[in-house]
Ligand binder design. Structure first.
Ligand code: C5P
Length: 223
């Protein structure tokens, strides 16, 4: 597994984050949650009173915040200008605005560049890394030896996300996931797309351990 890159894409609630972290822990790899980077950038925009629907305003400011990611899968961290924002970026405000920010080409260009630097740093140190998001298999690391596209039924995804954010309103969660799916899949720049060279894994009827086991097997075969 020395220096291996495992790229995982999929919609929210498909099990990407838990799977990516579990695989990284199982094989002592680093872990990068690129969604957290878009969320961190969105948090900064909201904190600075920027209208996130104003793409030009967002584009003009993307270079301002310093976003740093800790890549230990057992304790991943995300800071903006030195402040720990791990909890705040999971809140309603950021979740409601992140698709608008992530549709801005300048925001994507900047974060993709940072993501590639993190991957390069891991490879230089022969560490290996699991990277998850929406455009990892297509844009950020299309050359990765292991590429996966995780899916699950809308109901299963809504159940999982509801548990994560501790709400009993599964219907509202499912509606929010559908809204973000639509925005993330239909945007002009690097939309969430499934390509033929990524292995599709439908996690609907599988436990987390089963999914992790399958991905670890693929990684071992590749690396
Ligand atoms: O994975 P998560 O739900 O935290 O991602 C939050 C949002 O960040 C997504 O809805 C999407 O708009 C954006 N995103 C993206 N490209 C990535 C990862 C996330 O556009 N690689």
């Amino acid at each position: 597994n020395q220096g291996i890159v495992i790229a995982i894409d999929g919609p929210s609630g498909s099990g990407k984050s838990s799977t990516a972290k579990g695989v990284a822990r199982a094989r002592d790899l680093r872990y990068l949650d690129t969604g957290a980077m878009y969320r961190a950038l969105t948090w900064w925009m909201l904190d600075h009173g920027v209208d996130v629907e104003d793409a030009a305003a967002v584009a003009a400011l993307v270079e301002q915040p310093v976003i740093e990611m800790g890549t230990d899968p057992s304790a991943p961290t995300v800071t903006v200008d030195g402040r720990d924002v791990a909890a705040e970026i999971r809140g309603k405000d950021v979740t409601g605005s992140v698709s608008a920010v992530s549709a801005v080409p300048e925001a994507r260009a900047l974060l993709v560049r940072t993501q590639r630097e993190v991957i390069e740093a891991a490879r230089r140190e022969s560490a290996g890394i699991v990277v998850e998001g929406r455009d990892i298999t297509t844009v950020v690391a299309p050359e990765a030896p292991v590429k996966l596209f995780l899916t699950a039924s809308p109901e299963a995804r809504a159940m999982r996300r509801s548990k994560e954010v501790r709400t009993s309103d599964v219907a509202a969660t499912q509606a929010d996931l559908a809204r973000r799916d639509k925005l993330d899949s239909s945007r002009a720049h690097s939309p969430l797309t499934q390509t033929a060279d990524a292995t599709e894994l439908d996690t609907t009827g599988l436990s987390l351990d089963e999914v992790i086991g399958l991905v670890v097997k693929l990684a071992d075969e590749a690396g």
